[in-house]
Design a protein around this ligand. Structure first.
Ligand code: PLP
Length: 358
């Protein structure tokens, strides 16, 4: 089958195989990787290697910490304003469902002065609004963007210049699938379950100077506590970190992020071309803001959409149903999704269109 899920998403076959081989006996220890103490030298090696690989893959400068946390990207919606913006201004760009959740979490903290400086809500979140430096209050503690809206299928092709205001990014659905430079961000965070590994792990990359000066009421949410304890303040999600390490190795063997971006451009290009050629399917998204990783498309009616989804599923195309909030279809093409799967889908879309008078 081909799994188009938006997350948890398909993992690379060789990674699953390696994990299977090592599952019962990790490197001759007689223990599963899930049974290793997080304080053991075997696990220390795993987490250190995972961090080193991610640093290499993303070219993370030395003045950034890499944290392996829990609570999903959703907990970061609260952690970011709690750490950075108490009694200060926090700026947001509203680009859709996930940006809205981040905004709502900041607004829920009374001591944070939350301001939305740009939005694409006027056109149902089908584009990325332009932001200029003049719109950005230089006293603000940060500007938050969602680099890829997983549901709406739009993404930033270029990162806005924010002057001296740190840029904070929810990169959950296009981390390791883009050409962004870490040095352009103050904080990057991402739930792992799309491009990194299984659910349960959240990666946070934070510039040193953004670690809070005063300790936060909740140590688990405190970036400085987590950085000082190297993500070991409590028991980290050991198995998910191990899997992430395997995914990073796989990605490195394939030539790293730049190779992956080319591969993803090829995959998404095939699908977008098919949609643009079609008289039955269409893309709801502004062309220049189209996501490489999440591709929504639809026909003229809900009924036909459902018919397509059912017929596709019978052929082994899983999880093509669009998010319940927007309907239609959505193909998520993260790094581990194979090109052959896109080719098959395109063929199937053409057959379906012919059968429906196209
Ligand atoms: N942000 C984006 C862009 C997402 O796609 C998701 C989940 O799909 C989230 C945040 C929420 O992530 P989590 O489920 O890890 O809290």
């Amino acid at each position: 089958i081909y799994n188009f899920s938006a997350g948890p998403a398909v993992l690379p076959g060789p990674v699953l195989k390696k994990a299977q081989e090592e599952l019962l006996d990790y490197q001759g220890s007689g223990m599963s990787v899930m049974e290793l103490s997080h304080r053991s030298s075997l696990f220390e090696d795993i987490i250190t290697e995972a961090e080193n690989l991610l640093r290499k893959l993303m070219d993370i400068p030395e003045n950034y910490h890499v944290l392996f946390l829990q609570g999903g990207a959703s907990l970061q919606f609260s952690s970011v304003p709690l750490n950075l913006a108490q009694n200060k201004k926090a700026l947001y760009v509203n680009t859709g469902s996930w940006a809205k959740k981040a905004i709502a979490a900041a607004q829920a903290i009374p001591s944070v002065n939350t301001k939305v400086i740009a939005s694409s809500e006027d056109k149902n979140f089908t584009y990325i609004p332009q932001i200029t430096k003049d719109q950005i209050d230089q006293d603000a503690s940060y500007l938050h963007i969602t680099t890829n809206e997983t549901i709406g299928g739009i993404s930033y092709q270029e990162i806005p210049d924010t002057g001296r205001v740190p840029l904070v990014a929810d990169m959950s659905s296009n981390i390791l699938s883009n050409n962004y430079q870490v040095k352009d961000f103050g904080i990057i965070y991402a739930g792992a379950q799309k491009n990194i590994g299984p659910a349960g792990l959240t990666v946070v990359i934070i510039r040193d100077d953004l670690l809070n000066e005063q300790s936060l009421f909740a140590p688990m949410l405190d970036y400085r506590v987590q950085a000082d304890s190297h993500s070991m303040y409590n028991t980290p999600p050991t198995f998910s970190i191990y899997m992430a390490k395997l995914v990073f190795e796989w990605l490195q063997d394939l030539g790293g992020v730049s190779q992956m971006v080319k591969y993803n451009q090829q995959k998404s290009g095939l699908l977008y071309d098919a949609i643009d050629r079609s008289n039955l399917f269409q893309s709801p998204v502004n062309k220049k803001d189209r996501s490489l990783t999440n591709i929504p498309f639809l026909t003229a009616s809900d009924q036909l959409n459902q018919e397509f989804i059912n017929a596709a599923q019978r052929q082994g195309f899983e999880n093509l149903k669009g998010h319940r909030s927007v309907g239609g279809m959505r193909a998520s093409l993260y790094n581990a999704f194979p090109l052959t799967g896109v080719k098959r889908l395109v063929d199937f879309m053409e057959e379906f269109e012919k059968a429906h008078g196209g």
